[in-house]
Design a protein around this ligand. Structure first.
Ligand code: GTP
Length: 356
């Protein structure tokens, strides 16, 4: 039995500093630990429920793989052995073969209405290699209309997934073609000015899925994004950094960056540094009196040719990763450390004001 729709509850993005969980022996864990408090849920002042990201798409488009790679640290290769999603579970994965624009069963209809009401972002995953484009576009169109009718505030994202299987020209052609086709459909429904859809190419075999999911998750943190960006801008300019990111440690996605141009190699370098320090942390992490000290409790600096990578933990769940060219190291480590304390203070103030 194949299934075509999966929903995903946003993971616990916990920033509560008082949660002390001991990691399971042998687990590959940074000092971040899931807990009941969620940055995203706390950020939704009008709603007691956690904000939701829905993952939808045709069967085998890659929804479960995306969820597992990002939120459960599954390696991309392991996803080849995933079973199809079979039933609604606590993450609201629900049965495939289910075209929500043709629901007859009352119970299914009300479940889906509830899911859409609570959702903030709907991601529709399309496999560009599969020759089911028209079916996927029809399903996307039907899903968008249905979701918009129930919740006009929902944001729509289309992941043209498995981009590792197509070349650069095909990526551009795919985006162009799908944008054109879906816009034409929206136009005929008179909704082209009301519904905005973002298209991204993604793959679980590189960092593109983490980048895309970072951008999606940032949409749920609108009220703190701009202050975080201002703080990062000040940090970058006072320390002559090239680029800075604030990462959530579990899942490993960035929740803010400074306003300088984003480029993929820099982002990948920062992700790799996080992974490296996490791996080393698993080997060397110390525990004192049962309390986890945190992998990044002191500054980590890695030198790569003429590039310095700095990594500092802000709290149990957030870390700053930034890049500095060595010729710009007129700022000594002491100054960087001092400025980092200012940044940390600023971030904590923003979180306090935002009641997070
Ligand atoms: N090449 C490539 N394959 C991928 C990618 N993402 C997922 N896959 C593969 O696509 C296949 C289907 O992935 P699933 O995650 O099970 O797809 P699904 O959409 O959840 O499928 P259902 O559970 O049936 O709805 C698996 O063999 C994955 O390994 C990707 O980025 N690139």
């Amino acid at each position: 039995m194949t299934h075509e729709v999966a929903t995903l509850e946003v993971p616990e993005w916990s920033i509560a500093a008082d949660t002390t969980l001991k990691p399971e022996p042998g687990s590959r864990q940074l000092s971040a630990s899931p807990s009941s408090a969620s940055l995203l849920s706390a950020n939704t002042s009008t709603c007691n429920n956690k904000p939701k990201i829905l993952l939808m798409g045709l069967s085998k488009s890659g929804k479960t793989s995306i969820r597992n790679v990002i939120f459960h640290k599954m390696s991309a290769n392991e996803t080849q052995f995933l079973d199809p999603t079979h039933k609604i579970d606590k993450l609201w994965d629900f049965p495939g073969k289910l075209d929500i624009s043709h629901l007859r069963d009352k119970e299914d209809t009300s479940t889906i209405e509830k899911i859409f009401e609570e959702a903030r972002v709907l991601i529709f995953v399309i496999d560009p290699v599969e020759e089911k484009h028209s079916i996927a576009i029809d399903r996307l169109h039907g899903t968008i209309l249905e979701a918009y009718k129930i919740n006009p505030k929902i944001k729509f994202e289309v992941f043209i997934h498995k981009s590792d299987s197509i070349n650069e020209d095909q990526k551009i052609d795919n985006i162009r073609e799908m944008t054109h086709r879906i816009n034409r459909k929206l136009m005929s429904a008179g909704l082209q000015d009301r519904i905005l859809i973002s298209f991204r190419t993604t793959s679980i075999y590189d960092h593109s899925i983490f980048e895309a999911m970072s951008i999606v998750c940032q949409q749920l943190l609108e009220n703190i994004l701009s202050p975080f960006e201002n703080i990062l801008n000040a940090f970058v300019s006072s320390n002559k950094m090239e680029k800075a990111f604030i990462f959530d440690l579990h899942p490993k996605i960035f929740i803010a960056t400074d306003s300088s141009t984003f480029d993929m190699p820099t982002y990948e370098l920062c992700c790799d540094m996080l992974d490296l320090i996490a791996d080393m942390g698993c080997i060397y992490q110390e525990y004192e009196g049962g309390e986890e000290r945190g992998v990044f409790s002191t500054c980590s600096v890695i030198k790569l040719n003429d590039t310095l990578l700095h990594l500092k933990q802000i709290n149990r769940h957030l870390a700053l990763v930034c890049i500095q060219m060595q010729q710009d190291t007129a700022c000594t480590q002491g100054i960087v450390d001092y400025n980092f304390q200012q940044l940390k203070h600023g971030i904590q103030e923003v979180l306090k004001v935002a009641n997070l």
